[in-house]
Each structure stands twice: as C-alpha cells, then as structure tokens.
Design a protein around this ligand. Structure first.
Ligand code: URA
Ligand code: URA
Length: 251
C-alpha cells in the first residue's frame, strides 16, 4: 500500500476503531473563520477565584479563548441574583471555546457548586459518558454550560428572575463560541434559552434555531438516571447531532 491517501484513510479508520479519543482534530474543531465581534470587556475588580477551563489561552490577544477568559473574570463576582449569595463557586463553563458543539443544562448541583465545574456529579458523569463513549469525542472538545451559573438551593429549578438575571451571560458565551450546534438538555434549558414551554418529547421532534445556530433538544441526563427508558431516544437525538456535524456515527 504505497498510495499516501490510502494510508491516511486506513489510519483514520484504525483511529476510529481503536480509540474513541483519537478523532482527527479537524473533525472536532471548527475551520478557522473571521474572529467573532466580541463586545469590549470592562475590567472589574473581583476578589473571587475564577475557574477557567484548561483550554483557555492567556487573557490577552484575540479569539474565543481570550474572550472567554476575560468574560469569566468579568462576571466572577456576580451578584445579579440571590443565587450569588449562597453559592460556593460560580460555575462559569467548561470546555473548548472553539467547540463545534455546545451543551446547555439547567444549573449547578452540589458537586458542581463545590468544584466550580459544570456536569461533574452523577448526571455529569452520564453526560461525559454520552459524549466520550457515545459520540466518541473528548469531553474537552465540546463546550458545556448551564442556564444559571450558581447553584439553586436544594437543587430546585431556577426561578424566572434568576434565569433572567443570568441568561445574558450564557448568550455571551454562545456568541464567543459560535458553535455549529447547541444541545439543550431538558426542559429548563429549552424554556429559558428559546422561551418554549413544550415537553421534551414534543421538542425533540422539532427543529429549532438560536441566532442562526441549529438547536437540538434532548432529555436531561438526570432524567435518564431516573428513567432508563429515555436512554434510547436520547441516543437517537445525539446521533442526529453527529449526522448534522458530519461526524462518524455508530449504533
Ligand atoms: N445538572 C445541570 O443541569 N447542570 C450541571 O452542571 C449539573 C447537573
Ligand atoms: N450513549 C449511551 O451510552 N447512553 C445514552 O443514553 C446515549 C448515548
């Protein structure tokens, strides 16, 4: 086998069968495009530590990584709603600011509040499994955030005014990442990002867009933990995302 193209094809095939974590980088990261116009960030004095993903670059320069780091600093001391008073950590977001896919949940739970990272508890571990074992891409290659950045007491659903106070932060992150696909996890994400009140079962069969970005809707991983019957439809939804992005799909 001397044809280099054939060797590359064989290699890629081998990568996909041997390890889920070796997808060619160009399948995971968007092709370079003109940098997003990001509003200038006012410096804000903040005493709180800022949890920043390992993929973020230095807080100088252009591009999504720098913009995300600067934005994390900007809202680190946020007190826009009552949840800011009871949080341990503001849970800003996690992953690659150049990601092609963005997952959006409801809000931090206990583990997330303690660690300052979204989706690290039981539901988070299931989401990670869906991404890594199901979609066969590293969790670090997507971007993950929530409707609200601070934990609602007793994990209650965020109130309307709390979501309203926080949604601008999420929208700013979406504008920085400019993913090709957004996956809304559960009813709260659907309700507060798109203003849609329908059930997940109804919504997952429809096509939505946010600011020109294709939006997919599926069950929240906590719902999957409570009811394993949701696993099959969730995987069908995730496969639609893979097909939309041109990523390899397994059954
Ligand atoms: N549930 C969510 O909606 N978000 C998290 O970050 C964790 C659990
Ligand atoms: N992959 C899984 O293993 N489970 C799901 O629910 C979805 C994808």
């Amino acid at each position: 086998m001397t044809d280099p193209r054939q060797r590359v094809a064989e290699y890629l095939k081998w990568q996909n069968t041997v390890s889920p974590f070796l997808l060619p980088k160009e399948l995971l990261v968007k092709r370079p495009v003109a940098p997003a116009p990001v509003a200038p960030v006012a410096p804000v004095a903040s005493a709180e530590p800022v949890a920043i993903s390992s993929n973020d670059g230095p807080a100088t320069g252009d591009g999504p990584a720098a913009a995300m780091t600067a934005f994390a600093r900007e809202i680190a001391g946020c007190r826009s709603c009552r949840l800011g008073e009871t949080r341990t950590n503001l849970v800003f977001g996690d992953g690659d600011p150049h990601a092609r896919i963005m997952f959006i949940g409801e809000g931090p739970g206990r583990d997330e509040d303690l660690q300052g990272v979204p989706f690290v508890g039981r539901a988070g571990q299931l989401l990670t499994k869906i991404i890594e074992s199901g979609m066969k891409i590293p969790r670090s290659s997507v971007y993950i955030a929530n409707i609200v950045k601070c934990r609602p007491p007793e994990n209650r659903v965020p109130h309307k005014d709390e979501a309203a106070a926080c949604i601008g932060h999420l929208k700013r992150q979406i504008a920085i990442v400019r993913p090709e696909a957004i996956v809304l996890l559960g009813k709260t994400a659907l309700q507060y990002l798109l203003g849609e009140e329908m059930s997940i079962n109804e919504a997952r069969q429809q096509v939505f867009h946010y600011e020109g970005i294709r939006v997919f809707v599926t069950y929240h991983p906590s719902a999957l933990l409570r009811n394993p019957d949701y696993k099959r439809p969730t995987w069908e939804d995730i496969k639609k995302v893979l097909v939309f992005l041109g990523l390899p799909v397994e059954n």
